[in-house]
Every structure is written in structure tokens, then in C-alpha cells.
Design a binder for this molecule. Structure first.
Ligand SMILES: Cc1ncc(COP(=O)(O)O)c(C=O)c1O
Length: 393
């Protein structure tokens, strides 16, 4: 069987594959929409990675599988080359997902009633997972200056002083605001968290989606110490394989690593299966050329969105993100409430974007647009929004 790379412009039919983004959209939005929401991409996985999976599928037995720390070498090489960090392969703990690792970290390192800091607006599972596990959420709201989000360090330190704050969940690069945090910001966070004895879960799942002019720094390179640190990576966003559930959690401190591993053992969570480990490592080994092409295509999409909005629907405010394939659109010029905005986007325009309010109360009047798709979809979505708005005047 031959495996060839698809062009990024190619519209691959995903309906009928139980695909959350396309097959669940009508139910989730309550109407037919062009779906630009859930954070996966509509692009085909690189051909050589699909070939690795297919070869494994051809072996007819799919029994219990393990992965040795040595087998994480392709990831360690990737991290050295692309993030400039040395990852000790023995520090890696493998989980089926990053959110699932967050839940395990919450249970491993905090107790019921403890408080967890998140920087809103932020990826909803950060605060949902905390609440579901009976932990209280403390918001260190990001400051919003002219479309640009920054951390509020003064407030952060005040929150860290609270006796029951035990964990901070960091999003770097940040979903949904698109910031790629600077090394000095990360160093300051690390210093403060060490000072107040608070652990850091640094979710770096979007580490590879970085646009020109920005530079990704991992907490592993910025931290002032490693005694309080968990850092999460995954091939899922980078190579578009979220449905295979494979994440790489780096915990440099031996004691923390043991506690985290005990959580996994206690819940009997199998991370590696017959397919995902070899496919993930094949992606890190062979997928770099594809990632470079994907990045330049997605950045082209971001430029297209900014240009279209500025010229044709200027009531929406948008700033090109530094990283991630997610754009954070500010509709407050015309729609004050999420309900009104949702009515407009779903019922009038027929587009499915994530509701900004789900990311925290500052997200009211915003929507998140996923641009990891053929440009045609983006053109169509923006034109639908433009004409719905014109019909709306
Ligand atoms: C910041 C962030 N963390 C985690 C996830 C999901 O990770 P997983 O599917 O590995 O649980 C996403 C997906 O959108 C995300 O944006």
C-alpha cells in the first residue's frame, strides 16, 4: 500500500468517522454548522507516520504492549533540537492524555478543599478538572491590553500566598489567547511558586505550533528549580493524532515522579496501546518536514483571517496569535453576551466556533476559531459571518 502526503488545501471527508468536530457538531451547536471548533486539525497525518501505523495494524495480534524509556529517544531528540532542552528519558511518565495527567496530578499533589490557580481565560478542562475533584479554583486573570494578554504577576503572588493554594496549572503556549510566554515570565513564575511551595503543572501541548517572530521556551529550560515541576507534552496537536491518546509527562523530581506513578498504578491506567507509542515516536522521528509545511500553511491562514477581518468585518477585533492554531476573536463591539453571539454565529451565519464564555467570564463576547483546516473552510466561514452581519444591520 502506498502512502502519500495530502496537500493542506485538500478537504478530507471526516464525517462518518465518529469525528467529534464534524459528526458531533450538529448536536453540540443545535443546528448545522461549518465546524471550526474542537482543537484538532482537518489535515492528514504525515504519510510516513500513517505507514508506521499501517504496518503495525498488519500484524494480526493486538495484545498488551509496553514502552521502554529508551524508546522515547525520538522525542528527546525532538525536544533537544526544537525546544533546546535535554529531557532525561527516565524522567518521562507516559499517560493517555494531558487532561488525564492534569487530573492525576491534582489527585497526587493536592487534597480535597485545596486551591488551584489558573490563568483565565483558559482551556476549560483546567478548571473543570479541579472542580470535579473537589478542589477550589483561584483565578489569576490575564490582563488584556489592546488585544494582547499579559500575566498579572502582582495578583499571581497574592494568590500564591493563600495557605490552601497547592498547584498552578500553566498553559504555554496559551489556549485560547495564543500567547507564547517569554522565558523571563516563566522564570518569574517558577521562582514565585518555589518561594510559596506551590507545584506547577506546565501544559506545553501546543509547544510546536509557534509562528515567526516568537520563540517557545519550555518550563524545563526556564525553571529556577525542578522540585515542584510537571511538564506535559504530546504529539497529538503537532501531528494531528489526538484520537490516539498518547502523552509525555516529564517529572524531573524523583519523589514527585514516584507519587505521580502511584496514581497511575492506583487507577490502573494503561497509557500505551498496540498502536499509539510506535506511531508517536515515528512522528517525532520522521515528521519534522511535515510540521514545517503545516506551520507555514496555518500561519498563512492566520494572516488571511486578520486581513479579512480588518478589511471586511472590522467590528470583530483580532490579533494574530504568537502560537497555537486557535484564534481568539473579540465580538464585543456588536454582541455583549455569549447568548446573542451564539445566536448570531450558529443561527444566522451557520458557523461552529467555541463559545468564549466557556474559557472563563472574561471570554463573554469572544469566540475561538480553529484555523487548522483547509483555507477554503476559513474563507467560507468568514464570508458567512460577513454576510450574516450585513443581513443583520
Ligand atoms: C492546552 C490544552 N491541553 C490539553 C488538551 C487536550 O489534551 P489531551 O487530549 O491529551 O487530554 C488541549 C486540547 O485542546 C489543550 O488545548
Amino acid at each position: 500500500m502506498e502512502f502519500v502526503d495530502y496537500g493542506f488545501d485538500e478537504k478530507i471527508e471526516r464525517k462518518g468517522t465518529n469525528c467529534y468536530k464534524w459528526d458531533a457538531a450538529e448536536k453540540v451547536f443545535g443546528g448545522e454548522v461549518l465546524p471550526l471548533w474542537v482543537a484538532d486539525m482537518d489535515f492528514a497525518v504525515p504519510a510516513n507516520v500513517r505507514r508506521t501505523l499501517a504496518e503495525r495494524v498488519l500484524h494480526p495480534v493486538y495484545g498488551y504492549t509496553f514502552i521502554e524509556s529508551e524508546e522515547f529517544k525520538p522525542f528527546a531528540d525532538w525536544a533537544a533540537k526544537r525546544y533546546g532542552i535535554t529531557v532525561d528519558k527516565d524522567h518521562i511518565v507516559n499517560t493517555p492524555g494531558v487532561v488525564n495527567a492534569i487530573a492525576m496530578a491534582i489527585n497526587a499533589f493536592t487534597n480535597e478543599g485545596d486551591e488551584i490557580i489558573v490563568q483565565t481565560p483558559v482551556y476549560p478542562p483546567f478548571f473543570k478538572t479541579a472542580k470535579q475533584n473537589n478542589r477550589a479554583v483561584v483565578e489569576n486573570k490575564l490582563k488584556f491590553n489592546d488585544g494582547y494578554y499579559e500575566m498579572d504577576f502582582e495578583d499571581f503572588e497574592e494568590k500564591l500566598k493563600r495557605e490552601s493554594v497547592k498547584l498552578f496549572i500553566l498553559c504555554n503556549p496559551h489556549n485560547p489567547v495564543g500567547r507564547v510566554w517569554k522565558k523571563e515570565d516563566l522564570a518569574r513564575i517558577s521562582e514565585l511558586c518555589i518561594k510559596y511551595g506551590v507545584k506547577i503543572f506546565s501544559d506545553e501541548i501546543h509547544a510546536d505550533i509557534i509562528f515567526k517572530g516568537s520563540r517557545f521556551s519550555s518550563m524545563l529550560s526556564a525553571a529556577k528549580g525542578f522540585e515542584n515541576l510537571i511538564v506535559a507534552f504530546a504529539p497529538s496537536k503537532t501531528f494531528n493524532m489526538a484520537g490516539l491518546f498518547f502523552s509525555i509527562i516529564v517529572i524531573p523530581d524523583e519523589n514527585m515522579r514516584d507519587i505521580f506513578k502511584k496514581q497511575i498504578e492506583k487507577l490502573h491506567i494503561p497509557a500505551v496501546n498496540a498502536f499509539n507509542g510506535s506511531m508517536a515516536m515515528s512522528a517525532y522521528r520522521e515528521g519534522e518536514g511535515w510540521v514545517e509545511e503545516m506551520l507555514s500553511y496555518v500561519e498563512g491562514n492566520a494572516d488571511y483571517v486578520v486581513d479579512f477581518i480588518e478589511n471586511r468585518i472590522p467590528f470583530i477585533k483580532v490579533k494574530k496569535q504568537e502560537g497555537t492554531y486557535l484564534m481568539w476573536l473579540d465580538f464585543r463591539g456588536k454582541f455583549k453576551t455569549s447568548k446573542d453571539l451564539k445566536d448570531f454565529l450558529v443561527r444566522k451565519a451557520g458557523v461552529g466556533l467555541n463559545d468564549g464564555k466557556d474559557y472563563g467570564e472574561q471570554g463573554e463576547g469572544f469566540a475561538r476559531l480553529n484555523i487548522g483546516c483547509p483555507r477554503d473552510y476559513i474563507m467560507e466561514a468568514l464570508e458567512k459571518i460577513e454576510s450574516a452581519f450585513q443581513g443583520n444591520i
